[in-house]
Design a protein around this ligand. Sequence first.
Ligand code: WTA
Length: 656
Amino acid sequence: MSDTAETKLYEPPAALAGQAHVSGRAAYDKLVAEAEADYEGYWARLARELVTWKTPFTQVLDQSDAPFFKWFADGTLNVSYNCLDRNIERGLGDKTAIVFEADDGAVTKVTYSELLARVGKLANALKARGVKKGDRVVIYMPMSIEGVVAMQACARIGATHSVVFGGFSAQSLRDRIEDAGAVMVITADEQARGGKHLPLKSIVDEALAMPGTGSIKDVIVYKRTGGNIAWKDGRDLWLHELSAAAPEHCEPEWVGAEHPLFLLYTSGSTGKPKGVQHSTGGYLLHAALTTKWTFDLKPDDVFWCTADIGWVTGHTYITYGPLALGGTEIVFEGVPTYPDAGRFWKMIERHKVTIFYTAPTAIRSLIKAAEANDAVHPKSFDLSSLRILGSVGEPINPAAWEWYHLHVGGGRCPIVDTFWQTETGGHMITPLPGATTLVPGSCTLPFPGITAAIVDETGNDVPNGQGGILVVKKPWPSMIRTIYGDPERFKKSYYPPELKGYYLAGDGAIRDEKTGYFTITGRIDDVLNVSGHRMGTMEIESALVSCTDLVAEAAVVGRPDETTGEAICAFVVLKRPRPTGDEAKAIAKQLRDWVGKEIGPIAKPKDIRFGDNLPKTRSGKIMRRLLRSLAKGEAITQDTSTLENPAILDQLAQTN
Ligand code: WTA
């Protein structure tokens, strides 16, 4: 299958278009026009329709302290009330909220009433341990009902959660705990993934033994596997014991719309990961609205987002969006390739999933497996329950799109290719399944009300057909509010003065000349996207050079990879003579393990090349564009006249 085949168009299926929440292109255009005519009125209408407020708001958008925008600021609400109590009051108490499938295939279901009881108990337990409104709680949990409960319990009492992905190392966990000044960690003894038990609690112990974590008073532990763990009396508490002792009813803490619901750390182009701070009211609105319109979620749907709750996709499209709408969703503990690469298809068949949302990397790796083995090919499963497919996290190449459409969606399910970011809180540019004609590889058009545009370096619009910088012209309800503890970095990263007050996404994009459809061309900063995970090149470089016994200097770039989208490629100068052969291999492995320990396994460089030096200009600046070409295996065609040491290029062109 080739990515250069003639572009095909896919109209929304008539039956779906006829009954969708946003039904037909004219309905989409009407919403866009409504937002254009009265921007605040549009968002206010939706905020009243989708969110239940304790105190209704009277202000909509407050721009007085731009770019620190406020939405619905004088309204009060509670997110957990909106996701749980409100659905029960509407008669959905006995409806299944979550179907949990464990790594080993065991299934547990909870109804909305049961979920509320569990959230209430943990919320009361947190309060009893002294956690107060505004305190930060770090959640380092496996994919589980308890993970969702922990997030919702924080929301219930107005504590700000900061979920750290279970694949991050003790060092990364420590950094996030310190930056957030968290008072508590909620974790599990271990996690079960791909038939193995992997540690969590012992990593928390390791992190808390490091300096800078003195703010943590308690560690709450969910018993998942019953594996052996160390225990620190007076600090460590079992979740089941605390919950058993706590009452079910917990009055929600009514907070202002701008109250920080969560921090989520993500990589930027410079320095350490930044704590993206999200609000309560505006965030909940967009989580609910995008789940409703982009996925056309209906009462009978079974929604499955395969992301981890450690990433923003898991926040918005597992913990908050589907529950705010009273939906039924799947939470999956394991990995797509265990016990075999048919796991996703088997689960869709088993649970009669109707809406399936996953990442291109997963699709690409499952294509390879399916092409090699019919038993794990989607055709060997009954996927007829599916009606809508989604893609997120990285560009989806047309060949993978076509395969997903044909083999998973049976040619009848629209694919919503959703472009968005940790900072945007929810979808920004995406098709709506009953309204948008699809073009494989394009995320199509802005979500109604989102003023996405493409500009040049000075903020002027560029014509369609000409690439440029992706911006959002007007503030929107679910946008990042600040970088926790660093408002200056927030301004500098997202609102550079030359861009006329537009939000800078950090991606390049181009619009089709005729249709105006957007295609994302990739990051324009030093952020890599490996399997849909964001990594800063600087972060990986700092991890490498912190191996002070070995490494003198390191530069990291990305190169295209068929499966993971991008792969991490590190060029390293050692404090000893340049190694070759087996020695080079051994040191490369040692460095990969080191990076795994410093950041997490997802940051391990795929390629490591050693040189006596790096290509530098006479003023000592590393010429990264040359490294990018070397990483790709391309001949160097760029001008190298400013290079101090041209001979180094031949050396670095060698792989080991
Ligand atoms: C990339 C994930 C192309 C983009 C929700 C963005 C995409 C970064 C798409 C954010 C898409 C996300 N097409 N690229 N549909 N979705 N990206 O913060 O580079 O983990 O800036 O949020 O992923 O990654 P993040």
